[in-house]
Design a binder for this molecule. Structure first.
Ligand SMILES: NC(=O)C1=CN([C@@H]2O[C@H](COP(=O)(O)OP(=O)(O)OC[C@H]3O[C@@H](n4cnc5c(N)ncnc54)[C@H](OP(=O)(O)O)[C@@H]3O)[C@@H](O)[C@H]2O)C=CC1
Ligand SMILES: O=C/C=C/c1ccc(O)c(O)c1
Ligand SMILES: [Zn+2]
Ligand SMILES: [Zn+2]
Length: 365
């Protein structure tokens, strides 16, 4: 361990099949390349995408799979050409760990849209090895995809910003939805949605949460600072809110009708799809024509935007609302996330879970 010449043994928690159940898994990662940063994982958030991937909702999952893409860790080694980071830095890693660097998105520093992007897990790295994510003792990551966690943010608080936070920040910026006074809707108040409320409020927007139940009403209004709360099955309240929103950030992770939400948008309103849904969504064309509305989507954010959202949160005093758990609780946490029972993001205390020692004592896999 620790030598530039030797392979590095890592313990992670992997899904072995589409049950999505995670258990300890020992594997090796590449030698530290010249531009690689070796990250000792401290914390890793649990995103709903981890469920989609671990349970093969998209039909492309490969096992064993160590999920986790909201990673905060400490730099323990750097390759000789690394200039961005030093040993001891607290850093973050998100969804993407590689790109071609030559295509239009790469040249425009929106490398998340590179068609040759390499995902932080359930993908294959340039050396032919499977990529494995942050529910693990260590990750080796090219410096380009490693961001510094600014002073003033606790590492466990920073973890959800690396996916949930940047995923809402990026479309608000890209679609010109940052001006104070805009009226925004956040559809689905989970990990991504709660960051949507916080970021949009910090931009000075009037924020309406649109939820499947009234269970989160008090928390949304009193703790997250939402201005209004709609239950999507309340037809009268939905009708009263028609034609009132400049945008909707849609984080629902399952198939849902579009028309009740399109009706909430004003002229030129934008419906931004963020949820990963493998079935066709539908609407009739007048729903968008008679109001020049747009239905669009957005995928995480760039490395630059990840750095920006981290700074934005420090500057605005924003934190994520998290429940910190140990790795031994990860399967319960995944089940609770799937049944919509978390306020609002689980973060696994990886370093505090002694996963290497626990795996050494367990029967080998
Ligand atoms: N585009 C991108 O780059 C990214 C996409 N994602 C995707 O966004 C989606 C949301 O992720 P995340 O916020 O982590 O997920 P969460 O599970 O934390 O939140 C989803 C929310 O959607 C609402 N919801 C409505 N119906 C359901 C249902 N049947 N099951 C579960 N939730 C439901 C719930 O809010 P309520 O109780 O208010 O109804 C729930 O809290 C996922 O599909 C994820 O893969 C995530 C990150 C980045
Ligand atoms: O959570 C981050 C990843 C989101 C994501 C978006 C689209 C897609 O096809 C995925 O597999 C994941
Ligand atoms: Zn995510
Ligand atoms: Zn590219």
């Amino acid at each position: 361990m620790g030598s530039l010449a030797s392979e590095r043994t890592v313990v992670g928690w992997a899904a072995r099949d589409a049950t999505g159940h995670l258990s300890p898994y020992t594997y090796t990662v590449r030698q530290t390349g010249s531009e690689d940063v070796v990250v000792k994982v401290l914390y890793c958030g649990i995103c709903h995408t981890d469920i989609h991937q671990a349970k093969n909702h998209l039909g492309a999952s490969k096992y064993p799979m160590v999920p986790g893409h909201e990673v905060v860790g400490e730099v323990v080694e750097v390759g000789p050409e690394v200039t961005k980071h030093s040993v001891g830095d607290v850093v973050g890693v998100g969804v993407i760990v590689g790109c071609c660097r030559e295509c239009r998105p790469c040249k425009a520093n929106i490398e998340q849209y590179c068609n040759k992007r390499i995902w932080s897990y359930n993908d294959v790295y340039t050396d032919g090895r499977p990529t494995q994510g942050g529910f693990a003792s260590t990750m080796v990551v090219d410096q380009k995809f490693v961001v510094k966690i600014p002073a003033g943010l606790a590492p466990e608080q920073a973890a959800p910003l690396l996916c949930a936070g940047v995923t809402v920040y990026s479309p608000l910026k890209h679609f010109g939805l940052t001006a104070p006074g805009l009226r925004g809707g956040i559809l689905g108040l989970g990990g991504v949605g709660h960051m949507g409320v916080k970021v949009a409020k910090a931009m000075g927007h009037h924020v309406t949460v649109i939820s499947s139940s009234s269970k989160k009403r008090a928390e949304a209004m009193d703790h997250l600072g939402a201005d209004a709360y709609l239950v999507s099955s309340d037809a009268d309240a939905m009708a009263a809110a028609a034609d009132s929103l400049d945008y909707i950030i849609d984080t629902v992770p399952v198939h849902h009708p579009m028309e009740p939400y399109l009706a909430l948008l004003k002229l030129d309103g934008k419906h931004v799809l963020l949820g990963v849904i493998g079935e066709p969504l539908s609407f009739v064309s007048p729903m968008v024509m008679l109001g020049r509305k747009s239905i669009t989507g957005s995928f995480i954010g760039s490395v630059d935007e990840a750095e920006e959202v981290l700074k934005f949160c420090v500057d605005k005093g924003l934190t994520s609302q998290i429940e910190v758990v140990k790795m031994g609780y990860v399967n319960e946490a995944l089940e609770r996330l799937e049944r919509n029972d978390v306020r609002y993001r689980f973060v696994v205390d990886v370093a505090g879970s002694n996963i290497e020692e626990a795996a050494a004592e367990a029967p080998s896999n």
